[in-house]
Design a binder for this molecule. Structure first.
Ligand SMILES: [Zn+2]
Length: 238
């Protein structure tokens, strides 16, 4: 589960709330929790033409880590991690940038941040040394416009066949997918099909070949994070 600690700066994740208790209960039950940005909102100015297109057209300004420099990314990684670990009471080992978009600053900051796992559209890797843990395109769906909805349904159908030879298949489900009956049925068809074919779900940490963090297990470096990012990060899981 990917967690945004302050979705669009409007709903900060805080201890003692019903959502915080729900999240912690999921983590206690074994759900793997990964940090998914801090606000999920891209507030950077982009000089690079490709990045500007990605930011404005392809992702509707949801690629928070696309235009950050390393110092800004470092602050947000630390702040987001601190807030999520405070609520979960355990270490957060993975980071996934919103919209799977990483600029050079984000990649540099991520190398030093101590996360064990990161992923983008194409692969899962170890941020510290860049080692690829898994190479496989992710299957996900988009419902923002009818065209996106139709094309993602098409990709999903094609992926069922194209990805079958791969050892691992990754599936990304967004909260708003549940608002569209067609998407719910397609997700059910795709996931159900892979399960019936004998596939077994795994967690990303399984790629590391080690058990996940238990309650109270937090790295010393994560305990002292404090930063000047805005208070009250929102909540959202992707
Ligand atoms: Zn997201």
């Amino acid at each position: 589960m990917l967690v945004v600690p302050d979705f669009h700066g409007r709903a900060g994740l805080a201890q003692g709330t019903e959502f915080a208790r729900w999240l912690r209960a999921r983590a206690d039950a074994g759900v793997e929790m990964l940090l998914h940005g801090c606000t999920h909102l891209d507030e950077s100015g982009h000089r690079n033409r490709l990045r500007r297109w990605l930011a404005r057209t392809a992702t509707a300004r949801e690629g928070e880590f696309l235009g950050l420099n390393a110092a800004e990314a470092r602050v947000r990684l630390a702040e987001g991690r601190r807030r999520l670990e405070d609520v979960l009471g355990r270490a957060v080992e993975g980071f996934v940038a919103p919209a799977w978009l990483y600029g050079p600053g984000a990649r540099a900051a991520l190398r030093e941040a101590g996360f064990l796992i990161a992923e983008d559209h194409w692969r899962v890797w170890s941020p510290a040394d860049g080692r690829t843990l898994l190479r496989s395109p992710v299957v996900s769906w988009a419902s923002r416009t009818p065209v996106r909805l139709a094309s993602s349904l098409l990709w999903s159908r094609a992926a069922t066949l194209l990805l079958r030879p791969l050892r691992h298949v990754r599936v990304g489900i967004h909260p708003h997918d549940a608002d569209q009956g067609a998407l719910v049925r397609e997700i059910d068809r795709l996931v159900g099909g892979f399960l019936r074919a004998g596939r077994t779900p795994i967690q990303l940490r399984d790629l590391l070949g080690r058990p996940g963090p238990t309650r109270g297990d937090r790295p010393p470096a994560a305990r002292g994070h404090r930063c000047g990012a805005r208070p009250g990060c929102a909540r959202s899981t992707w």
